[in-house]
Design a protein around this ligand. Structure first.
Ligand SMILES: [Zn+2]
Length: 188
C-alpha cells in the first residue's frame, strides 16, 4: 500500500529537523505522540499515551539548545491494587547539541547526559529518541490511586484483600516447604 508507506515516511521525517536551514534564534516544533510511537520503540506498561511535546530549538553558531516541554496523559494501573489509573505527564528537559569534527569520540568521552555531539557536516537532527526517552521519564514513578477529598485511599479494597490472602498463602506454603526440607535434612 503506497499511501501507508508515504505516511510512514512523512512521520519519520517529522522527527528529523533540518536545522541547517534555520536562522539563528528560537524555533518551535510540536509533536503529538500516541501509542503507536511507543509500540514502534518497544513495549512498556502504559497505554493510551496522548503526549504533546513542544520543542524549542535555539540555534547558535556551533551549538543548539533543545528544550522539550512534555505534557499530556497516559493510562496505567495502580501498583497496589491494579485499578486503572489516569496519569498526567508533565516535565521539561534540556539537551545541548554541539557541532564538532569528531562527534563519536566526543560522545564516547562525554559524561554529561544532557550534552550531545554531532558532526559539523550534519544538516539534520533526529529528535525521536529524545522524545521517547523524555516522555517515559515524565511518567510519574509512583503509580497508586490518588486519595479522595477526605484523604482516604481510593484503592480497590476487594483486590487488596485478595492480594493479602494470596501473600498469606504464599508465606504458609514457603514455611511448609521449609519444614519439609528440614525433615529431609534430619532423616539423612
Ligand atoms: Zn489502587
Amino acid at each position: 500500500m503506497p499511501s501507508f508507506k508515504l505516511s510512514e515516511m512523512a512521520k519519520k521525517r517529522a522527527f528529523e529537523i533540518a536545522f541547517v536551514g534555520l536562522k539563528p534564534g528560537v524555533h518551535e516544533f510540536s509533536y503529538e505522540i500516541d501509542d503507536q510511537f511507543f509500540a514502534e520503540k518497544g513495549a512498556i506498561d502504559i497505554s493510551n499515551v496522548k503526549a504533546s511535546v513542544k520543542l524549542f530549538l535555539e540555534k547558535h553558531v556551533g551549538f543548539m539548545l533543545l528544550k522539550f516541554d512534555i505534557g499530556g496523559t497516559a493510562e496505567s494501573n495502580c501498583d497496589r491494587c491494579g485499578n486503572p489509573l489516569n496519569l498526567n505527564l508533565w516535565d521539561e528537559f534540556r539537551v545541548l547539541v554541539k557541532l564538532v569534527d569528531n562527534p563519536e569520540e566526543m560522545n564516547g568521552s562525554e559524561e554529561d547526559p544532557d550534552v550531545f555531539y554531532i558532526s559539523r557536516t550534519e544538516s539534520h537532527i533526529d529528535v525521536s529518541n529524545w522524545i521517547y526517552e523524555f516522555v517515559l521519564l515524565s511518567i510519574p514513578l509512583q503509580r497508586v490511586c490518588p486519595p479522595d477529598a477526605e484523604g482516604k485511599s481510593q484503592c480497590n479494597l476487594e483486590a487488596l484483600e485478595k492480594l493479602r490472602e494470596m501473600e498469606a498463602k504464599q508465606i504458609e506454603n514457603n514455611a511448609k516447604a521449609l519444614w519439609k526440607d528440614l525433615d529431609k535434612f534430619k532423616e539423612n
